[in-house]
Design a protein around this ligand. Structure first.
Ligand code: ZN
Ligand code: ZN
Length: 714
């Protein structure tokens, strides 16, 4: 197959489309940013997007007016009429992935199994509206009028394989055009399709970004390549994916022409927080000019402090007001907007089962809660229970649009309440820690608190840098990076994969043994069988590979089987079993298996049955225990780890507080009742897509599992 350099894939043919020819779009090159774009407006010169041009919709809405709910409903219905099957949203906690904690885009729902062609999509083509969480712009939230930590991405996807072609670039652009003009009522000459390139997660492709009145409304990726490879080139892939993303908040914003996207999507919460804090309403004209000026400037590369001065200067010039006065009016609004955004993200995360903690997904939700509390305090809202009030107000809207989390209400508010108490505690304790740190640093002659120390004070003691600053006063310099939130969030937003013992070595070996057929697995079909006969495929050092095996490899929290393999009086002890790819390696106590066994020799394997049985019982017991905990403590209970041995089993669960003796007794009683009922354990292999539909994402309790087929126990 041919390898392409990126330049070869950026020629005009990649960006042309049927609809551009048919409707007479012209292709232009923006003289400012040198980006190619398509437009029906023959007089248009610039690409239409900031920083080349300002927003032109604020105060001048176009087409039909939408709110959050009506936007989602209209979009889904529109694409349903165009032949797409609506698919329920996925959890915001990406339990099926081992590389991210939260769902960051609609395509993340289908990666890696569907996008790589291993599992079929739940429907094809499909339409979905998916709440997503991102932390990379965390510190711009509330300031720019358009950044969110939680947002809803609407999308239509098609998965084209060699066997089945659904649709690709031409239709994608036609559907987008129809949605914007008919669905939203945007005048066709206002639509601009910019040429761009997208790559991520090993896939790549040309894409079009649709811009209306300065606002980027969607990205349409025609994902047809894999790469870049080590040499920087790309290859065509058989599975071509239509990957689109339409920002719901931005579309609602455009339709209303309000000063910010927050005002458009969550006006009730904005007003509620403003009222609570007693902040004077800002003249909408000033807010509008502020948003426009902020929209043109690139906060993602320039720092905020400098930008804010520039923006204030521009707004002062345009409205004839004083820059300092505007700043005084606007600054509390930044907090109000951030509170509005963060409270929604918190409802999503807790609603889908995240539990605040110092690790994994819990770290990120706690970070948002703490930031939210600090924003409230910056508005003078320090009284007990105020956090709960705000989250409750937000939840009233969220539960209408996400009725599936309605039942979690009590759990969510209990956790929020606890977190508020913990924040107070961390401030009391934090004060002492900060004073100690200051003393230590000053003894060393330091004048500034280093960034690492600020991170440590937050990560270990829960004290945000703004609180540190308060405690330090003028004794030392505290330089808080503008992106502190994103900085610590990004350091905690990808799971660290445990490095499996000797997996590296085995992987290398497996690579060399790629000519050997995959190991036939006997332990699922014959769970009661203790011995088996097999043929030696490879013997080298302490490793034995057979054509089939009953030995259970380490995995799913259960340790490997042990036992022996032998033939004609020659025996080796199996001390460990590892699965690499589709082969199972028996690691033995004999360093030169090749001297003992020959290729194609028949051998007999015997599993150490006492050990296996205890593992199985402990494994089943952990499942019963999780069930009991969920029943008694709530739906947020999730397994984060387990360790099973012959003697005991350990189970790590997510819960927001320590268990009382009474709760422990209850859990024990419920679990014992299940054990005494001696229910049968059923097991079946199921396609991933069907299993997710049938059982939901509880499937991934023990961690994400690979492959098209997964084994489900009930
Ligand atoms: Zn431009
Ligand atoms: Zn299990």
């Amino acid at each position: 197959m041919k390898n392409f350099r990126r330049e070869e894939l950026l020629d005009d043919a990649q960006f042309s489309a049927r609809i551009f020819d048919e409707l007479g779009f012209v292709h232009r090159l923006c003289p400012k940013c040198k980006t190619g774009f398509w437009t029906l407006d023959s007089e248009r010169v610039l690409c239409g997007e900031p920083p080349c041009e300002e927003y032109t919709f604020i105060g001048r809405p176009h087409g039909k007016r939408f709110d959050w709910g009506s936007m989602r409903r209209s979009y889904i219905r529109f694409f349903e009429r165009l032949g797409h099957t609506p698919v329920e949203r996925y959890p915001i906690l990406a339990r099926w992935r081992d590389d991210i904690y939260y769902t960051i885009a609609t395509i993340a729902c289908f990666q890696p199994w569907v996008t790589s062609g291993i599992a079929p999509p739940p429907a094809n083509p499909l339409v979905i509206s998916q709440p997503c969480i991102r932390f990379n712009d965390l510190d711009n939230v509330g300031k720019t009028g358009r950044h969110f930590s939680a947002f809803e991405m609407m999308a239509h996807h098609a998965f084209n394989s060699r066997e089945q072609h659904i649709y690709f670039k031409d239709e994608t652009l036609e559907y987008a055009y129809q949605w914007f003009t008919e669905g939203m009522g945007v005048p066709p000459e206002k639509l601009i399709f910019k040429d761009s390139w997208w790559e991520g997660g090993g896939n790549a492709g040309p894409c079009h970004e649709c811009v209306v009145e300065g606002l980027e409304l969607c990205t349409l990726v025609h994902m047809g390549y894999e790469g870049p490879g080590p040499d920087g080139t790309y290859r065509e892939i058989p599975l071509k994916v239509v990957d689109t993303g339409y920002g719901l908040e931005r579309a609602v914003w455009l339709s209303q022409g309000s000063p910010t996207a927050y005002d458009a999507v969550m006006p009730g919460v904005v007003e509620y927080v403003r009222g609570l804090a007693g902040v004077t309403r800002v003249d909408p004209e000033i807010l509008a000019e502020y948003s426009k000026a902020a929209g043109v400037l690139d906060v993602e590369t320039e720092g905020w402090h400098g930008l804010k001065k520039k923006i204030l200067g521009v707004v002062a010039g345009r409205t004839g007001s004083d820059a300092a006065e505007i700043e005084e009016m606007i600054t509390p609004y930044e907090a109000i907007y951030a509170i509005t955004d963060h409270s929604r993200a918190i409802c999503y995360m807790l609603g889908d089962g995240a539990v605040p903690s110092n690790a994994r997904e819990g770290y990120l939700v706690r970070l948002l809660i703490r930031r939210l509390i600090r924003f409230l305090r910056s508005l003078g809202l320090e009284e007990e229970g105020v956090l709960q009030k705000v989250v409750k107000k937000q939840f009233d809207t969220v539960k209408v649009l996400f009725p599936e989390i309605k039942d979690r209400e009590d759990e969510i508010f209990e956790m929020v309440d606890l977190e508020e108490h913990r924040y107070r505690e961390s401030i009391v304790k934090g004060y002492k820690v900060v004073r100690k740190t200051v003393k230590k640093l000053r003894e060393k002659g330091e004048k500034t608190i280093p960034l690492d120390e600020l991170k440590n004070l937050y990560n270990t003691h829960g004290v945000l840098p703004e609180e540190v600053q308060r405690f330090v006063g003028t004794e030392m310099v505290v330089n808080i990076p503008e992106n502190f939130g994103a900085l610590v969030a990004m350091e905690h937003s990808t799971p660290i994969r445990p490095i499996e013992k000797h997996q590296g070595e085995l992987e290398e070996k497996a690579g060399k043994l790629s000519h050997i057929p995959k190991t036939e697995i006997l332990f699922y079909d014959k769970p009661g069988q203790k011995s088996f006969s097999a043929t030696v495929l490879h013997a080298e050092g302490n490793l034995l590979v057979l054509d089939r095996t009953l030995f259970y490899p380490e995995g799913g929290g259960q340790p490997a089987d042990q036992g022996k393999i032998g033939s004609g009086g020659r025996n080796v002890r199996v001390v460990d079993v590892q699965k690499v790819g589709d082969k199972i390696f028996h690691i033995t106590d004999n360093p030169s298996c090749e001297k003992l066994f020959t290729r194609n020799e028949k051998v007999t394997g015997v599993v150490d049955w006492d050990r296996r049985k205890k593992h199985c019982q402990h494994h089943t017991a952990t499942h019963i225990l999780i069930g009991a905990c969920r029943k008694l403590l709530g739906d947020h209970i999730w397994q984060t780890g387990s360790q099973i041995s012959e003697e005991r089993a350990r189970l790590d669960l997510t819960h927001h507080k320590n268990l009382t003796r009474e709760e422990l007794n209850k859990i024990e009683r419920v679990a014992n009742r299940v054990v005494q009922a001696t229910l049968p354990v059923r097991s079946e292999m199921m396609s991933r897509t069907l299993a997710e539909k049938t059982y939901g994402f509880r499937l991934y309790q023990g961690g994400a599992v690979p492959g098209a087929e997964i084994r489900v126990l009930s």
